[in-house]
Write a protein that binds this ligand. Structure first.
Ligand code: F6R
Length: 248
């Protein structure tokens, strides 16, 4: 695991974007990169830097495919708070990744079984695309990765998960009150995430310090799902000083 600490938000974004672009080359993406995409606040600057690279002719995502890390259950994918819609606004329209090549887990269906079957198909779609070259990640203040909450199996596949109380609280800022935050989601599993060629995790702010310390220096444990990064041969963490404050 490589841990890179930057001083400003701009530097974090730039270093993270450089590591994404380098990772695409290192893992043989060529002209058809396959990106794993996180939503949330952490990677927004990184996506902005990827957009700058496109403008400057250093990157091209017009033939890329994107696979979202997760999706809420019960929110139609055309709703502005669905992760699909969020990624269309914050990634597709920013870096020029075609909307039809953005894949998101299915969070609405007539039955739980149908959502479970679609989750299995999602892992298959990643495999059919040839695997994810670079997976972009944030980390939850409780150590979650994707929406693999504490207690998640370390080799899990894409599946339905219940959101932890802490995650619902953290995400209430996007909704009109915590009661509107979905209780369940579909998330890439930890095993799915570990199959990507490179993992680039961005964390900023003091609220992430404890989770970052557990991820980097703690034991490999389902209590801190992000600790699975310790198992990955090409994982890069890009942190600001506040998020890195607990590291020795
Ligand atoms: C988002 C995701 C989550 C977030 C994490 C951090 O797709 O899977 O794991 O990366 O909750 O969220 P922010 O970046 O908003 O602090």
């Amino acid at each position: 695991m490589r841990v890179l600490i930057a001083q400003t938000a701009q530097d974090v974004a730039k270093i993270a974007a450089d590591n994404v672009l380098e990772g695409l080359v290192a893992h043989g993406a060529g002209t058809t990169p396959v990106l794993g995409l996180a939503t949330g606040s952490s990677p927004l600057g990184l996506y902005g830097e990827l957009a700058r690279a496109v403008k400057e002719g250093r990157a091209d995502f017009s033939r890329a495919q994107g696979f979202a890390l997760d999706e809420y259950i019960g929110i139609p994918d055309t709703h502005e708070l669905s992760y699909r819609q969020t990624l269309i606004n914050e990634v597709c329209q920013v870096i020029g990744l075609p909307e039809q090549d953005l894949h998101t887990p299915q969070g609405i269906a007539d039955s739980v079984q149908a959502i479970e079957a679609a989750a299995r198909d999602y892992d298959q779609a990643i495999a059919t695309a040839g695997g994810i070259h670079v997976q972009i990640l944030g980390i939850g203040s409780n150590g979650h990765l994707g929406f693999n909450e504490p207690g998640s199996a370390l080799r899990s596949r894409t599946r339905i998960k219940r959101l932890a109380a802490k995650t619902r609280q953290d995400n209430a800022r996007f909704f009109d009150g915590i009661e509107h935050v979905p209780t369940h989601c579909v998330t890439q599993g930890l095993g799915t995430i570990l199959e990507a060629g490179r993992l680039v995790l961005v964390a900023t702010g003091a609220g992430k310090a404890e989770a970052v310390t557990a991820c980097v220096e703690g034991p490999l444990t389902a209590s801190c799902p992000a600790s699975v990064l310790q198992l990955h041969p090409d994982a890069v963490l890009v942190l600001d000083e506040e998020a890195a404050a607990g590291l020795k």
